[in-house]
Design a protein around this ligand. Sequence first.
Ligand SMILES: C[S@@+](CC[C@H](N)C(=O)[O-])C[C@H]1O[C@@H](n2cnc3c(N)ncnc32)[C@H](O)[C@@H]1O
Length: 449
Amino acid sequence: MKQLSFLKMDEPKITTDTQEWGTFKDSLRAPIHNWFTYPAGFSYKAVESSIQTHGIKEGQIIYDPFMGSGTTNLVAKKLAISSYGVEAHPFVFRIAKTKMNWTISNNAIHRALRVVESNIKAQQHSLSQTQVSEFLATEFPELILKCYEHNTLLDLWCIRNAITNSDLPTEIKDFFFVGLTSVLRQVATAATGWPYIAPNKQKVSSLNKNAFVEFTQQIHTMLIDVQETIQETHPNYLKHSHQLFNGDSRYTEHLIPSLCVDHVFTSPPYLNNFDYADRTRLELYFWGEAKNWGDISEQIRTKLITSATTQILRTDAKYNLADDLQTNCPYVFDFLQKSISELSAIRGTRGGKKSYDYLVSGYFNDMFKIISEVYRVLKHNTKAIFVLGDSAPYGIHIPTDELIGKIGLGIGFSDYRIDILRARGGKWKANPQRHNVELRESIVTLTKT
Ligand SMILES: C[S@@+](CC[C@H](N)C(=O)[O-])C[C@H]1O[C@@H](n2cnc3c(N)ncnc32)[C@H](O)[C@@H]1O
């Protein structure tokens, strides 16, 4: 590992058996957690372990400022621990909110399914294949048309409309929204992995799948998941509340009081140029919530912390490193200034001219604000845990874990500790176009005394 010459490194501690904690693999096998495959998510086991290690008990409060699909909050609910969660992406927020609602009634869902089914029948027309193609082309962007067989897409369209145009209660619409969303990639005939969709690669296993059958099966599975989860849940879970906000964790004064949180467990976007807004492009286009890149930028990219160059407008002054960072964390400021100058110089020599310089400054300006807010809401004698990864844009290593630890000290935390979960980025080693800096995924623990 390339060592930092600029910052004084504390010796990081290597943990064991935690290789997958920063990934969604465990959660993909867990009921409710797996209702939406959110590859940006982490393992529910990491949250359980933190709660146990730090002795968080029934009735205490845990907070996740990057709630995502709600992993931290779900684990908390099962253990009768109260929670706060803030998520800026409206679509992902709706998924998390639905996963946390277990008061959904089996009978109401079955009745609603019948309503949806009869609405679908009322919408089905006897159209020729040409008419179907023409009709779908007026309803959906090209990306969606390329991902589905036309009859499947027509069925999906009917189910979507039957849900959105019904006068069913919001919580049932949300339940169906998550159910239909989770079958969207299963019935697509195009490869739809993370982070990109490959409309030209065919997935034979999805040919001739019946969208309504898949949808109803998913709804039944979700109902069973809720019943089984309740049986395995702490009996006092209903006594404790969960306040989830579709908001911005840089600004939480109006949402979360000071000195009320017992533990923070979270994973910010990594500084690795993944575009979270783009990850949900298929879903946003399907639900008609966005029609093009511009819509996604306006509705989502601008609301998230800076973590992808696709969010950056070079004329925006917010990419100067913040004065607060300079005043409170001078070492971090100087280190970042030096890295940013190097990145600006390299940018001038590269064809793609990626704004990695502003990506780094924007990211740490935003993280400074969020860690300050985390510090404000935490009680004394508590810990904040950040699962995160470092990066090496244009081969310049940015040791995010060290920098976040040091920012924590500048804000007022008394101590930080780094545990390395795993090495990352090995798959690029054979590619001469990519850097060969060894990267890592770590847990940074900040202590507030
Ligand atoms: C690494 S993901 C967290 C995933 C989560 N741990 C889970 O298991 O689903 C980071 C999340 O932070 C969200 N995010 C980005 N900027 C935010 C902001 N300013 N306020 C709140 N959430 C934000 C992103 O939309 C993304 O869902």
